[in-house]
Design a protein around this ligand. Structure first.
Ligand SMILES: NC(=O)c1ccc[n+]([C@@H]2O[C@H](COP(=O)([O-])OP(=O)(O)OC[C@H]3O[C@@H](n4cnc5c(N)ncnc54)[C@H](OP(=O)(O)O)[C@@H]3O)[C@@H](O)[C@H]2O)c1
Length: 340
């Protein structure tokens, strides 16, 4: 099979296209013939490491956590998946060398999820990191909901920072599907159009207008939950617009890795900060995300493509390095690799 691997961290040139044997899935594993591999910032950040050419944790690592394809073999003790099932996968390369930038990959069966018939491989390959992160961010409030389904967020106001980003897009879609009033901040008109296409009710250009005033105008009673990508830039904005006992879910450090908290301002509003990292979120949250995302998929609530607010950028497997560079350069939308 054709496989992309790297053995030292570094810039995209460390990625090599090689031929490798297809291996049998072990007990509890499924082998997936990968159709589409999805690229996320975490994939290039792992590949880059600290930039000093350090050895990888395995002799060869295949990049990319997300993907979609068809089950081609199952190991012993796999009961809920069958050969021929169309699936999406998540955390494919977490503490394993088995990412999705290769024609076949063996994964623990628990990280392989059936795709409902109507959902494309493009959708499947766009779910893992973005949709599961968004699910966690939307389910950490003290008053709930702990699970998402139509009506779960009815009556709640959700503010998604950066609604044209991949996670932001998934957060808008899931929040809208669950019944929230969805506000989002973006940096320009093209991203405003994308966030609107994704389903946001109100789009605020944080560069051109007074974002706090604009948010208060459309949500005078305040925001219940913030899905935050850039807390160092938005910390004060969030405090200004949330209602008492709101939650702020922080999943990234875009634009700065530190921020200050004014005790009194936060105390007065009884605010709650929840940090989110998919790798350490725990099995219960991962299972909840898989189940709720499957429900949303069945409802057709998670489309991708420009018309759905997430333009697709496609690369062949041989150009995985360019695909990584595109994500690293801030491609707007979703970078996908056609594998087979
Ligand atoms: N914790 C986790 O488990 C987890 C999971 C997924 C992703 N992440 C991290 O989350 C970040 C985003 O990932 P992604 O795949 O969604 O990337 P992306 O598609 O590049 O989106 C990032 C978005 O953030 C927006 N943004 C940046 N600064 C902003 C600000 N001050 N206010 C509002 N929006 C702002 C950007 O747009 P503008 O600059 O135009 O505003 C962009 O649309 C990355 O750092 C990634 O590593 C973490």
């Amino acid at each position: 099979m054709r496989s992309v691997v790297y053995s030292r961290t570094g810039d995209p040139s460390v990625l090599r296209l090689v031929d490798r044997d297809v291996t049998e899935p072990g007990p509890g594993e499924a082998r997936v013939r990968v159709a589409v591999s999805g690229v996320n910032p975490t994939d290039w950040k792992s590949r880059l490491g600290s930039g000093d050419g350090a050895a990888t944790p395995f002799p060869e690592v295949t990049p990319n956590q997300d993907g979609a394809g068809v089950i081609d073999a199952v190991g012993e003790r796999v009961e809920n998946l069958s050969v021929g099932d169309r699936v999406w996968v998540y955390l494919a390369g977490h503490q394993r060398p088995t990412g999705t930038a290769q024609e076949y990959t063996n994964l623990p069966a628990g990280r392989v999820v059936r795709l409902p018939g109507s959902a494309s491989f493009d959708i499947g390959a766009s779910l893992g990191v973005p949709a599961m992160t968004a699910h966690r961010a939307l389910t950490v409030s003290e008053d709930g909901p702990k699970r998402l389904h139509p009506g779960a967020l009815t009556g709640k106001v959700v503010l998604v920072a950066g609604g044209a980003g991949a996670v932001g897009h998934a957060a808008i879609q899931l929040a809208r599907w669950a019944g929230a009033t969805v506000l989002t901040t973006i940096s320009g008109p093209a991203k405003a159009a994308l966030a609107t296409a994704a389903g946001a009710h109100h789009v605020i250009n944080y560069r051109d207008e007074d974002a706090a005033n604009a948010i208060k105008n459309v949500a005078p009673d305040g925001v219940d939950l913030v899905v935050e990508v850039a807390i160092s830039a938005n910390s004060q904005l969030n405090i200004d617009v949330v209602k008492p006992r709101a939650s702020i879910a922080i999943y990234a450090n875009d634009g700065g890795s530190e921020f200050k908290l004014d005790v009194r301002q936060n105390m007065i509003k009884n605010l709650r900060y929840q940090f989110v990292l998919l790798y350490t979120v725990g099995d219960a949250a991962l299972t909840a995300a898989v189940e709720d995302i499957t429900l949303a998929l069945g409802d057709g609530a998670l489309p991708v493509g420009e018309n759905a607010g997430l333009p697709l950028h496609r690369f062949p497997l041989a150009n995985t390095a360019q695909a990584h560079q595109a994500v690293q350069d801030g491609a707007v939308g979703k970078v996908l690799i056609d594998v087979s």
